[in-house]
Design a protein around this ligand. Structure first.
Ligand code: IMP
Length: 424
């Protein structure tokens, strides 16, 4: 019976975000009937070029570029109406194929002001957020003082609630320099959001249940990465949502049995934007070379990304937490031309070597194993055509992290992808 059950495919980031999920998700979105976002907000982002036109996607699922796919923004998301409407304006045929959960939380302009003010107040302890208001919006949700997208249907009532929220928090907002909105302006703003968004606001939980029951192929598109997860990442230097595969259940109203194949996305090295522990970061010439070769600058904020070596300890943690069936290893070609390629195989903490991710990674130093490098993998489309040393590197990673690398990407081009298929 369970064998026949229709299940959703899931894509999830296994590192600190920016693993190159976009390339895989865009590809898979072409063959799925429904594509869903389940967590995060417009802190995520990737660009897609179709027929020489560039689209910037932050919150609208990648299925938007497949005219036959429906796209769902789930309840686990925080949605900034102003940014979402801007993103929507890139497309002119969204009605009937874009659906926003009435239970998703609103991220309003004051959340971004609070985010930026808090970061400033933190000084050298700043998280290095995207400044988009993600933490304050999720904070309000958990503190039960947030507002949901469905409330846009009643702008007067919502305006009163927000004005009350500002009154209650006036003393705190004064310290942060965040002014109260004027009632009339706030009402007009919310009415503006309602007039554009109301045709798209529905109970998406019912929609995903029905779609699965009717046999539709569903793709769940994760955002950020496992090491940025609110529970399993490098807290407090994390984002404020559940980025791991379990978040797809709570963020859409699915149950664990609804999840099918889990594809975890990982780069052949590591990057991180923002502050916080990153044991395998390389501060020298090699890190600089990874940044340059990999064009490692943030899509959402333009910040240079911190770069370093593949962290097999963190990857093993991510594979287990997400229930990864296969890894898509991205940007292998960025390692082309290195004499040797390093992998972090353990951490040293308090003079002891450990092979798991501890509660606090702040003082963990990496223990490396070196592998011989290779000349060129760029553009290779068959595993057998890879240089022997690259094959050895990949097979060693698989053994260390406990998952097969079923997809290997060797350039930004969609065709330059090795698909190895199922394990024999
Ligand atoms: P926030 O999500 O804006 O609160 O930022 C919290 C942390 O998550 C910061 O270190 C950000 O740089 C990081 N972050 C948030 N979104 C992304 C992403 O899409 N890619 C990589 N890092 C991200």
């Amino acid at each position: 019976m369970n064998q026949e059950r229709n299940r959703a495919d899931l894509i999830v980031g296994l590192q600190w975000g920016d693993e190159g999920k976009g390339k895989i998700v865009d590809h898979m979105a072409q063959t799925h009937d429904i594509v869903c976002r389940f967590a995060g907000g417009h802190n995520a982002g990737h660009t897609i070029v179709v027929d020489e036109k560039t689209y910037a996607l932050h919150l609208i699922p990648s299925g938007v570029l497949n005219p036959n796919a429906r796209n769902i923004v789930g309840n686990g998301v925080v949605l900034s109406p102003v940014d979402f409407i801007k993103e929507m304006s890139q497309f002119d045929d969204l009605e009937g194929r874009l659906f926003i959960s009435d239970k998703a939380h609103l991220l309003l302009p004051y959340h971004a002001l609070i985010d930026q003010a808090k970061e400033l107040l933190k000084g050298d302890k700043a998280i290095g957020t995207t400044g988009k208001g993600i933490g304050p919006a999720y904070g309000d949700k958990i503190a039960r003082v947030g507002h949901r997208v469905g409330e846009l249907h009643h702008p007067e009532k919502l305006t009163d609630k927000i004005m009350h929220y500002f009154e209650e928090n006036r003393a705190i907002f004064d310290v942060m320099g965040v002014a109260s909105p004027k009632r009339d302006a706030l009402l007009a703003e919310l009415e503006g959001y309602r007039s554009v968004l109301s045709p798209y606001i529905v109970d998406t939980t019912l929609l995903v249940w029905k779609a699965l029951e009717s046999g539709d192929k569903m793709l769940l598109e994760g955002a950020q990465g496992t090491m940025l997860d609110i529970d399993h990442g490098t807290y407090p230097y994390v984002t404020s949502s559940t980025t791991v595969s379990a978040g797809a259940c709570s963020g859409l109203g699915l149950n664990p049995k609804d999840i099918g194949k889990v594809t975890g996305i990982a780069k052949a090295y590591c990057t991180r934007v923002g502050n916080g522990p990153f044991p395998s970061e390389d501060f020298g010439e090699e890190g600089e070379r990874l940044r340059k070769n990999g064009h490692e600058f943030g899509t959402t904020t333009g910040r240079p990304r911190r770069c370093g070596w593949f962290d097999a300890v963190a990857m093993k943690h991510a594979v287990r937490i997400n229930g990864v069936d296969q890894i898509a290893l991205m940007k292998l070609d960025v390692l082309d031309g290195f004499d040797e390629v390093k992998v972090c195989v353990a951490y040293e903490v308090d003079g002891k070597e450990i092979d798991y991710v501890p509660y606090d990674l702040e003082d963990a130093t990496p223990v490396y194993k070196s592998f011989p490098g290779w000349e060129k993998t760029e553009g290779v489309r068959k595993f057998d055509d890879l240089p022997e040393t690259a094959k050895t590197y990949i097979e060693a990673l698989e053994a260390m992290v406990g998952a097969r690398m079923g997809i290997i990407s060797t350039s930004p081009q969609r065709e330059d992808t090795i698909i190895r298929g199922e394990a024999e």
